[in-house]
Design a protein around this ligand. Structure first.
Ligand code: ADP
Ligand code: ASP
Ligand code: MG
Length: 470
């Protein structure tokens, strides 16, 4: 059986036209003899709106929260009605949509009374996005002749109980996938599931973090040892930079797991940072593809990418970072200082992205979180502490950067007009990154892109597309 997991993002299921395109893509795979498992995100922007509804309810704005829910109810009902005409299907589908929204409204009313939004309740509220989209997509697929079966992902993707960033339990997921998905596939059916949502071992709804549907797709692909994991989105693949920032960005034809993971971790929103892990474990190729341009071959992510003559493959930016400066002159020549500092970040479960040290001072960068005052208080027991937000990390990823003479000079020459606060080179062979003000980030990416992608290697980048645009 040629099993392929196909994950469709929010824009690929945003309205009846998008769901129609998605159905055609899946039908095309089935016609070629493939057995797809389909994983869908919530319809575009729905997760944000659900979070807003939750936040409004938690501040006591019951009417505002219910108004958001009511607009979402209409959008989902209208989408279902536009896609499904068979009376025996649409009536129960609309009833199911109403049942889900009635349940959501109950939660919002309760929240407006309690006025406390816990991570657990937040996960419950956002879960409605994928619960609804997956039902509608499954029904639309059936209407279009695909033998689709809706599966509640919360019965397959089992995680720990860390709400909002739950950690998947791989062995249980493998077992559940065999139990719940394999029989459907063996019977020639196409399972359709919501991404992002999961449950803990007690059956309480959890989520995998924002953008987590990619991760769901990869987890299912890994659990079933799929032949490929396809991430269908609204761009032609992994590009040399975010095309919203650099409209002349080029598609990268092939990239390594390692490079893609680095890009995803350092801000390339096209992939959730954890997507690559399950694929690496079983050496499953991941493809990033465009549901609006299905004939484009996209980006192939594999363990060993072919040699690239250009120094870099892509530039990403991670925003909303904070620099923390820790200065302790009394630590001069002493040891154990770093481990004490890191123990504090560990205690607050706060990952550190970049570190730069001198004899008595250490600068670290972390995501801007509300834990910062508490972290700073703990650090002050050791040293003087200053922290400053609104920073961005620019990350340049390519093959063997460490081995290329003069590369740092070229990079910093390209951004000589920008104030660089911290630099990291050499920690990884494939990544060179530096920290700047968030407000300089876009300009810096455009300057770097102009400097490094003038003559891109045609074996690795889709230079034909650039010629067509020109
Ligand atoms: P989906 O809803 O399909 O998961 P996302 O919005 O999460 O889609 O991710 C796709 C977006 O990622 C693109 O529209 C693009 O703006 C952004 N992006 C950022 N960096 C890159 C990159 N290097 N290559 C392609 N897209 C990128
Ligand atoms: N719907 C979720 C989000 O917007 C998950 C995803 O789209 O991947 O974050
Ligand atoms: Mg995404």
């Amino acid at each position: 059986m040629s099993l392929v997991v196909m994950k469709f993002g929010g824009t690929s299921v945003e309205d009846p036209a998008a769901i129609g395109r998605t159905a055609a893509i899946v039908a095309g795979r089935v016609a070629k003899g493939k057995s797809p498992v389909v994983v869908v995100s919530a319809m575009a922007k729905v997760t944000d709106q659900l979070l807003r509804a939750g936040a409004s309810a938690a501040t006591g704005d019951r009417t505002g929260a219910l108004a958001i829910s009511s607009r979402l109810r209409s959008r989902h009902r209208d989408t279902a009605t536009a896609l499904v005409s068979e009376a025996a299907v649409i009536a129960p589908l609309l009833a199911k949509i109403d049942e889900e929204f009635d349940a959501l409204d109950e939660v919002l009313r309760g929240l407006a009374a309690i006025l406390e939004l816990t991570p657990r309740i937040s996960d419950l509220i956002v879960s409605f996005g994928e619960r609804l989209s997956s039902r509608i997509v499954a029904a639309a697929f059936r209407e279009k002749g695909i033998n689709a079966a809706h599966v509640d992902s919360r019965e397959v993707v089992i995680t720990d109980a860390q709400f909002q960033k739950a950690v998947p339990q791989d062995e249980i997921i493998e077992k559940k996938a065999e139990e719940k998905l394999r029989p459907l596939l063996n019977a020639g059916q196409v399972p359709v599931m919501g991404g992002f949502i999961a449950s803990n071992e007690d059956g309480i709804t959890t989520t995998l973090g924002r953008g987590g549907s990619d991760f769901s797709g990869a987890l299912i692909g890994g659990a079933l040892t799929a032949e490929a994991i396809e991430i269908w989105t609204d761009v032609d693949g992994i590009m040399t930079a975010d095309p919203r920032v650099c409209p002349d960005a080029l598609r990268v034809r092939t990239i390594s797991f390692e490079e893609a993971a680095e890009l995803a971790y350092f801000g390339a929103k096209v992939l959730h940072p954890a997507t690559i892990l399950p694929a690496v474990k079983k050496n499953i190729p991941v493809y990033v593809l465009n549901s609006r341009n299905a004939s484009c071959e996209g980006t192939r992510i594999i363990s060993m990418a072919p040699h690239c003559k250009s120094p870099f493959k892509s530039i990403s930016v991670k925003k909303r970072l904070t620099i923390i400066d820790v200065v302790a002159s009394r630590m001069l020549m002493s040891h154990g200082y770093m481990s004490q500092i890191f123990a504090i970040f560990d205690k607050h479960q706060c990952p550190v992205d970049m570190v730069s040290t001198s004899e008595v001072s250490v600068s670290l960068t972390v995501d801007s979180t509300d834990k910062l005052p508490a972290i700073a208080d703990d650090l002050r027991h050791l040293a003087d502490v200053k922290y400053e937000g609104k920073k961005a990390l620019v990350c340049m990823v390519g093959e063997d950067i460490r081995g290329q003479n003069g590369i740092a000079a070229q990079v910093f020459n390209a951004v000589k007009h920008v104030n660089v606060r911290m630099i990291s080179q050499g920690a990884s062979e494939i990544n060179m990154s530096f920290m700047i003000e968030e407000s300089d980030a876009e300009e810096a990416v455009r300057s770097l892109h102009a400097a490094f992608f003038q003559e891109p290697d045609p074996n690795v980048f889709d230079v034909e597309a650039r010629k067509t645009i020109a």
